[in-house]
Design a protein around this ligand. Sequence first.
Ligand code: GAL
Length: 395
Amino acid sequence: MSANNSPQVRSPPMGWNTWNAYSWNVTELDVRNAADALVETGFRDAGYEYLVVDDCWMAEELADDGSFRNHPENFPAGIADLVDYVHDRGLKFGIYSSAGTETCAGHEASLGNEQRHAEQFAEWGVDYLKYDNCGDHRDRDAIDRYAAMGEALERVDRDIVYSICEWGNNEPWRWGRNVDGHLWRTTGDILAKWKRSEDDEFGLGVVDIIDEMDERDIAGYHGPNGWNDPDMLQVGNGPDSAQSQSEGFTVDQPFREAEQRTHFSFWCLFAAPLMAGNDLRELDETTREILLDEDAIAIDQDPLGIQGTRDETDGDREVWSKRLAGGECAVILLNRGDEPVDIETSVETVDLHLPDDVGSYAVTDVWSGEEWTTDGSLEATVDSHGVAFFRVGAA
Ligand code: GAL
């Protein structure tokens, strides 16, 4: 179980995944169109390099020798052909399976066939594997099941990023690196909504995940080659998205614009993997502007790779921050309430590692682009469910 042959994943992976927009009905044509769209819309050039095909690319049953077969109607040309198409557009290809007998959609998966499947992925030219937790586990514990695929990927002659999707059930941040994982889901499935409701059988809203990322106290496990993954981005999605429809959630109202900016700001503060899941056929200007914001992405991809944490709570007002390379700092002022509020903090409160005698600080507002200097106070009027998102450094 050494990481010697494993690829280096120095910054949080960025890409686009089929699940939220296409769910169970994804086809190879959808994937080709998504590859073209990622190039045309500027996503690839902004850093979204992995195109990950989630559940349902495979036939319902494995072949007699245990190998995967492509879904005969939805992926007739086969995966190798699709990988070539994606590679030809300057993107990397991600695939999906499960560390159980079946995927969540009930297609036969990889438990017991890890080596055969890793070899198929390598032959096809796959660059990334999302490995889920559905199906029967045959009484094997999570570490054992995820190590089996980690070892299989190590043995093949191809660099494949290993994304552990175990939903945080068995604290994968403690053992993910030891099974050669590069990122691991920390939490349950993200829904296209602000907050989960009692009726949801499973799944979490954006603000529920933000809370769990802090309450689980896992920032110490996070960094280059081993990333806590709070799940894919729902920016641009809502009640009509395929995932919202197919899994029977009560997603009854669209995100507000402020909520979507809050979602993206926090994923960047967390240095989370940025896997977009919006429908690229219907890309509106707000979604595009949020997901392609260079200043926000730079905070996500900061070389230190630190996961931001909560510094202060005062009713609906919260202050979060993380240290950045070069002695700078990213700060979020969050308003959980229903009315706009003024939020104020100071550079002493946030996690800023500047010399004490710096009397003046430069602040950049990520979303408005405004810049100013301050002697230490950081403040803004923040919309309901919104954030102010700052980069702060010595003036
Ligand atoms: C879930 C997983 C989702 C998606 C789905 C596919 O277990 O957390 O991200 O992959 O399965 O069926």
